[in-house]
Design a protein around this ligand. Sequence first.
Ligand code: S3P
Length: 436
Amino acid sequence: MAPVGAWDAMPGRRLGGEVTVPGDKSISHRALMLGGIAEGTTEVDGFLEGEDCLATMTAMRSMGVAIDRSRPRVLVIRGVGLHGLIPPVGPLDMGNAGTAMRLLTGLLAGQSFDTVLVGDSSLMKRPMERVAAPLRQMGAVLETTDGKPPVRICGGQALEGADHQLKVASAQVKSAILLAGLYARGGTSVTEPAVTRDHTERMLRAFGVEVTVQGRRTSLTPGVLRGTRIDVPADFSSAAFFIVAATLAGESPLVIRNVGVNPTRTGLLEILRLMGGRIGFQNERLAGDEPVADLVVEPAVLRGITVPPELVPLAIDEFPALFVAAALAEGETLVSGAAELRVKESDRIGVMAEGLQALGADVSALPDGMRIRGGRLSGGAIDSHGDHRIAMSFAVAAACAQGPVRILDVANVATSFPGFPEAARAAGLRIEVVPT
Ligand code: S3P
């Protein structure tokens, strides 16, 4: 079994200065997939060299895409065109990466060859019918295993464009459908129940594909992708840990440079501002088709709120950090409409409630959210259940706890934030890797 690792995180309210966080995971996955099926070369700058995106890179290479990685964080992808992928030898292992598995399912539904997708023990438990069912409506032939991976895709099908109405607000499902739509006869459209991240739509346009958006309906006309240049901003979801930490445990303002601030990702800022957080933007600009800014986070005292449900999909990956913020705020916070958290890398409602309770917090898990009465956190030991975002959230909690916090099962932090302990120390968190 792979080593699972642990951290000891110590109290200390001394965040400030400047920190940089690695590239955006969602954008890095998409750059690899779209660059791989484009005509010509795509250069990607700011690529996230985390395990999830490396799994996507390995998958694309095993289907014949040459990817040069001779410079740090830079990829040069030699696209093979929409119909140039070749059959991989054996199943494609997507590790912990749900985004990779779901988006690739859409892409592979349109190929001429069969494929099988597998993952680690967490990914093998995650729902895949949400992607498989709409793809079948387009003529794809694929099987899940009791609704979960392995996903077996039979190639060689003639896909037809379709008009999809999604029941679940999921950028992964929307993206899988749009990628399959590239291989379909006729246009494809997707209407979502709530706005979700739109990186696929923006990037498809950067590659020259016609994508239009009217309200919550996105439509794609199939077309050839032309290689381009992608500048990957720092991942807002990785910045989120420092946004919460600098709010709660700041000594002076913390600046986080070059962060992606696509409004379909920044729900956490709106929620924290409603709670009294003070986060500003400097140097707002565009990196290709994505808005970026330097974030300036000032220390603040937070108050509990009822989180507006429309903000939930726009902050979906930030709830572990947000639950920590709520546990240290004054008064009660109520989160509902967030049942999706139960099917992430772990059950993020159950695992966060268990961890916060282990530190003495007054929290009740709800089927679709959490009720949290803010107060103090004690030291203690918590199990992240191999969930990267939960491990990092408790490192933030420790800064404001009454004693040290041991965080178990942290190895998967390398899926999204390689080098987190070093970055965290640079920002002023006190965190040590427990020797194995
Ligand atoms: C992602 C979409 C979200 C998010 C995940 C990344 C993406 O998942 O939680 O971390 O890159 O499209 P859902 O689409 O399941 O909400």
